[in-house]
Structures are given as C-alpha cells and as structure tokens.
Design a protein around this ligand. Structure first.
Ligand SMILES: *Cc1c(COP(=O)(O)O)cnc(C)c1O
Length: 230
C-alpha cells in the first residue's frame, strides 16, 4: 500500500479514537516518524499534508533538514548530551528529556542561540530496562528541576510502551501516563505546561489516543517497514 492509502486508514482511526475519548481529529497531532526513510518518500508524505516529522538521530535530522522545507522537526529518540548542539536550532520539540544533565546542556545551547526549547519528560512507564526514560515516580521532580532552567520549557510527557502483540496490553501503561500527566498539571507549577502527551506508535496508537495521547508517533504505519541497511 502507498503512503496515501496508509494515511487514509490512520486518519480514520485517529478520528474514531479521538471521538471515543471526547475529542476531535484536530486535537491529535500525527507525527510522521521518518527515520531511515529517504527524502523523496518523505516529500511525498509532506505533500499529503504531514507537516511534522520525528527522527531519532541528530545526524539524520542534519542530513535531511536542508532538503525538506516547510516542516517542523521533532527529536524523538534518545539524545546524548554531546549531540544537542547539532539539533538545537533545528527542532521544535525534544520528546526524550530524561536527565537534568541533558536539560542543562539544552539550556546552555538554547541560551547561545537566544531561543527557548520545548521539551517533554520521557517516562519509562513499563520499567523495562531496555527502555530510556526516567521512572514514573521521578517524573515530577525532574520536571520541577528542569522548569527552573530559563531557556527550557516543560511541555508534557512522552513514553515508549513495550512492543506487544495485542495493543490492549499497553492500555494500563497509557492510563498510568495520563494520570501522571494530570497530576503534574494539577500542581500548576511555573514553567510546566502539561500540554502534550506523546504516546502511541504504529502498533498501539489507537489505544494510546483512547487513553489521552495528543501526539502519536507513527513510522511503519505510514511508510512501511524500515530498512536499516540503506
Ligand atoms: C521508531 C519510533 C517510533 C515509530 O515507530 P513505529 O512502530 O514505526 O510507528 C515512535 N517513537 C519512537 C521514539 C521511535 O523510536
């Protein structure tokens, strides 16, 4: 199936899941995960209306950035402190903030560029050792520490749920993320604006939206299987 057909299905699913949770299609951002996808195929997706792209690797953002116009880039993969300088002036949102040290580096680089950078706190909701992110019970204190940095703005939470056969198995994790999100929001801390809840990928975005996600990050569902050898 082509990108257009894939997108039609995904958009219909997003609309249905949004309505099920009392929201509308336009309340949900479909972030197209373009890692390993070549520029012509990304351009095809952009022409079909996908205006925001997510990448894992700073080098890949750097390579594609000059080639694709009129889009917003998101850093969604784990970010090493020494790579912040490559993306600080190119991305609109960093989804993978998982330490104060990384936040301090982002703050320093943003200061140099004279910009503010929006970030999401990445939470390891399943406790899976292979996953990035901080434990749920440390999310609030990290958000609070980050919120004191003048050039970093905390805009919500992100998680990568486990890969499961049946997406229903992740519903409890998504629900726990929503609860954490709402609990932090309720504290009304300065410089913490719980606006985005980034969760749900190709296999589980419908359940994620039903449980409150407002950014879903979808790669293979749009572009097909990834080929890491190119
Ligand atoms: C690759 C990736 C995605 C997209 O995964 P698909 O299963 O292809 O939709 C989403 N989020 C992150 C952090 C990723 O690394």
């Amino acid at each position: 199936m082509g990108i257009k057909e894939n997108l039609d299905i995904i958009n219909a699913n997003i609309t249905a899941a949004a309505e099920k949770s009392g929201r509308k299609r336009e309340d949900i951002l479909l972030l197209a995960v373009s890692k390993t996808v070549d520029v012509p195929r990304i351009k095809e997706a952009v022409e079909l209306g996908l205006a925001e792209l997510g990448e894992n690797k700073p080098q890949e953002i750097n390579r594609k950035y000059p080639e694709i116009e009129n889009v917003k880039w998101h850093q969604i993969g784990h970010l090493q402190t020494n790579k912040v300088k490559y993306i600080i002036d190119k991305v609109c949102l960093i989804h993978s903030l998982d330490s104060l040290r990384l936040a301090e580096e982002i703050n320093k680089r943003a200061e140099k560029e004279n910009i503010d950078m929006d970030v999401l706190i990445e939470v390891n909701i399943s406790g899976d050792e292979a996953k990035h992110g901080i434990p749920p019970d440390e999310a609030e204190s990290l958000a609070l520490a980050v919120s004191k940095l003048p050039r970093v703005r905390v805009k919500g939470l992100m998680t990568v749920a486990p890969f499961v056969e049946d997406a229903e198995e992740n519903r409890g994790y998504f629900r726990a993320m929503k609860k954490l999100f709402v609990d932090i929001q309720a504290k009304n801390y300065d410089n913490i604006d719980m606006k985005y809840l980034s969760m749900g990928m190709t296999n589980d975005y419908i359940i994620a939206i039903e449980e409150g996600a407002n950014i879903v990050r979808i790669g293979t569902g749009i572009f097909g299987e990834r080929n890491y050898n190119i």
